[in-house]
Design a protein around this ligand. Sequence first.
Ligand code: YOG
Length: 135
Amino acid sequence: MATDFSGNWELERSDNFEDYLKALNIDFATRKIACHLHQTKVFIQDGDTITIKTLSTFRNYELTFTVGMEMDEHTKGLDNRVVKSLVTWQGDRLVCTQKGEKANRGWKHWIDDGKLYLELTCEDKVCIQVFKRKE
Ligand code: YOG
């Protein structure tokens, strides 16, 4: 059975987030703000149709997709690019490839020991974020 990510999660720690932002050409001032943000992830999961909300006091981002169906994703308010995104299950992990201007771009989500993990990749940069469940 697929992993159930449903619920609210708050960011506990980030490794290498700034290098990931640099790889996306995010400017200095925005990087400084982004690196200090308290991020919350909200997962709404209905079978293979999933909504992920990334919330913060600075900006919000929302993505709805069906696993296995490629879509156009506009990363509005983030790096403002358009990519072809495809999310698939790789075992217990939810894996997204974002084909476009930036090579080797994508993300992976999984749960380990009750924590939500997010690996964000762009070119040769890999950021890991860890979230804990919000009561
Ligand atoms: O999530 O791809 O969960 O969509 C951070 C990457 C910072 C804005 C969020 C706003 C942002 C400036 C990952 C942060 C990189 C930085 C709160 C979003 C670009 C610009 C929105 C993401 C996936 C996986 C689902």
